[in-house]
Design a protein around this ligand. Structure first.
Ligand SMILES: [Zn+2]
Ligand SMILES: [Zn+2]
Length: 188
């Protein structure tokens, strides 16, 4: 196998494997959605909003489905961003889409006046996050090994460093907490 072919194969494998880790906890996400609802005077709407991880969503970090009250979050882009502030802004951005639709109807769709008001009330700068998302895709990602009940896999180093620091990550496949897989430090 040529080196090029080998590298392509390795990259494809890495891409596949990093998709197994949900980048941040449910509590983190739900908290942000709850705060957005509360600060817009509709605390009970929080109970209607659902969120789902999507490992094929790569054109943006998040997506809102008005009809389903559903926020979809991209596993690959959240993994690459690995930054609380980027995550928070993306979650709030999508939650505010659902909120402004609920509060203002059709005129609340898109990134217009009513969505901006909803974002401001929630305490966020009403800007589109797309530049951040593309940046996340363009950034060269390095990987490290982790392990869960279904075996070893690779994660972006940004996530790996958070795991080392003690952040808890669960495998979306087997739902066990992943552990860093560190090579023996030459001590034998
Ligand atoms: Zn948007
Ligand atoms: Zn697993």
């Amino acid at each position: 196998m040529s080196l090029d072919k080998y590298l392509n194969k390795l990259r494809a494998l890495e891409k596949k494997q990093e998709q197994y880790i949900s980048p941040c906890s449910n509590a983190f996400i739900l908290n942000i959605i709850r705060e957005c609802c509360e600060s817009n005077g509709t605390p009970t709407f929080f109970n209607e909003i659902k969120f789902e991880w999507n490992n094929r969503l790569t054109e943006k970090a998040g997506r809102a489905h008005y009809a389903k009250n559903l926020v979809e979050l991209s596993i690959p882009l959240f993994n690459r961003a690995a930054d609380d502030e980027v995550w928070e802004n993306t979650i709030a951005h999508e939650a505010c889409h659902l909120l402004s639709y609920r509060l203002y109807g059709r005129q609340g769709t898109g990134h217009g006046y009513y969505w901006k008001i909803t974002m401001l009330k929630a305490g966020y700068e009403p800007k589109r996050c797309h530049s951040i998302n593309r940046e996340g895709l363009r950034r060269k990602t390095r990987f490290s090994s982790i392990v869960c009940d279904c075996g070893p896999k690779l994660v972006a180093n940004r996530i790996f460093n958070r795991i080392i620091k003690g952040y808890s990550y669960k495998c979306v496949n087997c739902n066990t907490r992943v552990q860093p897989l560190v090579a023996a430090q030459g001590s034998r």
